[in-house]
Design a protein around this ligand. Sequence first.
Ligand code: X2X
Length: 337
Amino acid sequence: MNPTRRTFLCSTAAATALALPLRSAFAQKAEFTYKYANNLPLAHPMNMRAKEMAAAILAETKGRVEIQVFPAGQLGSDTDMLSQLRAGGIEFFTLSGLILSTLVPGSAITGVGFAFADYDTVWKAMDGELGAHVRSQIGKVGLVAMDRIWDNGFRQITSSTKPINTADDLKGFKIRVPVSPMWTSMFKAFDAAPASINFAEVYSALQTKVVDGQENPLAILDTAKLYEVQKYVSVTNHMWDGFWFLANRRAWERLPEDLRAIVARNINAAGVKQRVDVAALNGNLQKTLTEKGMTFNQPKTDSFRAKLRQAGFYGEWKSKFGEEAWAVLERYSGKLG
Ligand code: X2X
């Protein structure tokens, strides 16, 4: 082969790998082909960052590790995907700590009502002792949680019937909540009528009026098009929610250490970028959603907090999580209840 031709081939291969770091850029089949599944629409930053991350991992491992992204509940509901993750049918899965609590009870602690004042406090807690506390509990059930939790955001209540201004407006309100004791307990404490429904069925449950409302961050209202079936957004910020990036432990440990390090570094880096994207969306989407027909109101939080206190919500969850875990939470939240 003459040098000119070799140079030409090399530079073409390099250009392909940069522009399109896909399977086709590497001659052989990957040694490790792992599935990563989640419940969010393709347009959500979670999936955009995950695709970027998978491409970076494929390139850095020189084609040895391929992560296939399955968005939008393609592989089933959260409940199904959690079972598949445990069985090893999927290797990676992002899940709210509150839903994960059906398996790891202590992981719901990050969703205690009105615990975090702002994102600064959230990341201090989640990248600090509170996150470490939850990750160690996740580690006991055959799963591995990556160091950086991904963001879902502060949650807002939406409705097709009326704006929610005070806790009284929630009396008897038929609201969808994710499948998790923490969510059910919180909306029972508000005297609402919560129904546990997996995210995959939320749009149709709202459309057919099985429920009148739901609660989610603005980025989800937009990317899942919930504005088509909901009218009012009440900015309650009643809880923050995040997605643990989980791996099946057996699959994780099958990766040689050097590959594991590349994969972990890329997942955590993608998570940090995803946080920035999601916070920006949650901060800026009010205008877009208003243009799409939603009406916003900004309730004072006092009546909601008072209702949770009166209903014994904080006392109940403190005794469930235990003094020690509660003290870790209060290091970030301040005194609760
Ligand atoms: O199910 C939901 O509402 C969602 C998408 O926010 C979660 O995954 C917790």
